[in-house]
Design a protein around this ligand. Structure first.
Ligand code: 5GP
Length: 200
């Protein structure tokens, strides 16, 4: 039996999970990291409706609640959670396959999901993206033009709770304030390379 055969998936490859409040810039950061590290961007299933900005890559599989429940029953998810009233779950099989092949895998998930991942895969690396300030987050949510003012107020309150929950969970090893997106990406790349010098 070789050493790599005995290793659990999160020690063969590198599992990264990135969380942070809505509007903090996670998607842009994750897209760049997937290309530059490089890393496989995990596929999530969700019950929410698809939006035009979802066109990039194969980030989501859009399914209904019954199908989501069936995936739960079959044990198809690595983790799953309800976020803003919709269900989201990371599909397990492609993640395990990539990790076993020694690749880096990137999950963009909420803090509830991050906690589940860290329990299951202690070697996974959690990264929390923070806004420079509450005002800047409010501005970004407004500029994005996807939410009405009431939804923005809810998202800001949710952001504070999410940051506290992430800090209290102990699941996140790095916090990065997303002031300049290029700097944020460089900081994460540096950290990841330092986290596992031998990983491919
Ligand atoms: P959005 O609907 O804006 O794409 O995502 C809403 C929230 O759900 C974000 O915080 C995002 O990180 C989170 N999310 C997306 N996919 C997953 C997933 O597979 N699992 C979990 N736990 N959260 C997810």
């Amino acid at each position: 039996m070789t050493e790599s055969y005995r290793l659990p998936p999160d020690q063969k490859g590198l599992l990264l999970f990135i969380s942070g409040p809505s509007g903090v810039g996670k998607s842009t950061i994750c897209r760049a990291l997937a290309a530059q590290l490089p890393a496989e961007f995990a596929l999530s299933a969700t019950t929410r409706m698809g939006k035009p900005q979802d066109q990039w890559g194969k980030r989501y599989l859009f399914i209904n609640t019954n199908d989501f429940a069936r995936h739960i029953d079959k044990g198809d998810f690595l983790e799953y959670a309800q976020v803003f009233g919709q269900w989201y779950g990371t599909l397990k099989a492609p993640v395990i396959e990539s990790l076993n092949a020694g690749k880096k895998v990137l999950l963009e998930i909420d803090v509830q999901g991050g906690q589940q991942i860290k329990v299951m895969f202690p070697h996974a690396v959690g990264i929390l993206i923070l806004p420079p300030s509450e005002e800047s987050l409010a501005q970004r949510l407004t500029n994005r033009g996807r939410d009405d003012p009431a939804t923005i107020t809810t998202r800001l309150a949710q952001a504070q709770m999410e940051i506290s929950a992430a800090r209290n969970s102990g699941a996140y090893s790095l916090e990065v304030v997303n002031q300049v997106v290029e700097t944020t990406i460089e900081r994460i790349k540096e950290f990841v390379q330092g986290a596992r010098p031998k990983s491919g």
